[in-house]
Design a protein around this ligand. Structure first.
Ligand code: SF4
Length: 336
């Protein structure tokens, strides 16, 4: 348990947490929506500062980040908890653990130990992933600072619901992020995630303007967010506000958690959504969770040359030369 950042005590003993857009008002002895931050006598504490629930060395492609240090290893960590309650959560056993099981498990690991472990395993980056990094902000921030001191990059894989204050604090140490755009409809966020759309849209722009390298992910769920007009609207937002060269991953949903009754998204739906994104003008649109699909690979948006060939999270071939297509010299938005 550690004293939290970004909260405001009230005269009546409540505290307001300013870490994410829920802005929870928390009474004494109560918890915020994320169930990992507790008010104790007017002081807000985090219960996940040093309780790592998952740590693995992953290919950076698994985040997914296809345009940031391709082919590199990323030391990936998480604590339990999330500030969303997505009914289709793909990591519910750890992300929804505090809410569903009433417990916060994990092994003690300090920021210094996380960075050392990343170094020992020759990782070029540390990814704060699997659950929502915003809710373990104190750990992520301190670790990210130490990582930079050692020349290691930092990555957030996030729902993008952090407050502006949180972004201002983490941005100088955050090199890249994959942010979910779960839908372009507020009603979807409200009904299926317990959140709102607008803060996510605002944060995407803020992160981009703060110099964080951005990729976007949308989990496509049949009948819920696969309407072609809505996909077009999401693509238009990305193209206009974040740039046509922003990579967009459209991933396949598999029935899980509270949506076991829904079918897995069809390959055709994913390929159609990818085509819509490209028709809007996005230069790098990927299909996710369909190993072997053409949509896993990177093509030059100008001449069509195959630049990076992937199978799943593995790179088979990479011919990008100095951040440009070797065939036609068109620049490629990639960090190498
Ligand atoms: S992080 Fe978000 S959900 Fe958790 S207590 Fe703070 S405002 Fe509430």
């Amino acid at each position: 348990m550690k004293k939290a950042l970004l909260y405001e005590p009230q005269e009546n003993g409540n505290v307001i947490c300013h870490l994410c857009h829920h802005q929870c008002v928390i009474k004494n002895d109560h918890w915020g929506i994320c169930k990992v931050r507790q008010n104790k006598k007017g002081t807000l504490f985090t219960w996940v500062y040093d309780r790592i629930i998952a740590e693995h060395v992953d290919p950076i492609e698994k985040k997914p980040l296809f345009h940031f240090l391709p082919g590199s290893k990323s030391y990936s960590v998480a604590t339990a908890g999330c500030n969303f309650q997505c009914q289709f959560c793909q990591n519910s056993s750890i992300a929804q653990m505090p809410r569903d099981q009433g417990r916060i498990s994990g092994i003690p690991m300090t920021p210094g130990q996380i960075v050392q472990s990343a170094r020992n395993q020759h990782c070029q980056s540390i990814s704060f992933t699997y659950t929502e990094p915003t809710i373990y902000f104190e750990l992520a921030l301190e670790t990210a600072k130490k990582a930079h001191e050692q020349g290691i990059k930092n990555v957030f894989v996030s729902n993008g619901y952090m407050s502006e204050e949180a972004i201002t604090m983490i941005a100088p140490f955050l090199d890249a992020a994959n942010i979910d755009l779960k839908s372009i409809e507020n009603s979807f966020y409200k009904k299926y995630c317990g959140a709102r759309l607008q803060p996510v849209l605002d944060n995407l722009i803020l992160l981009k303007n703060s110099g964080v390298f951005l990729e976007i992910t949308t989990l496509l769920i049949t009948g819920l967010n696969d309407n072609p007009q809505k996909i077009k609207k999401a693509a238009a937002f990305i193209a206009k506000e974040l740039g046509k060269d922003t990579p967009w991953h459209i991933s396949r949903f598999h029935p899980t958690y509270r949506m076991k009754d829904r079918p897995a998204t069809s390959v055709t739906s994913l390929q159609t959504a990818r085509q819509i994104g490209m028709d809007v003008g996005l230069q790098y649109v990927y299909t996710g969770n369909i190993p072997g699909d053409e949509g896993e690979s990177t093509f030059c948006h100008h001449c069509g040359a195959l630049l990076i060939e992937r199978y799943g999270f593995t790179i088979q071939k990479n011919i990008i030369d100095d951040q440009q297509c070797p065939k036609c010299q068109t620049p490629v938005n990639i960090v190498t």
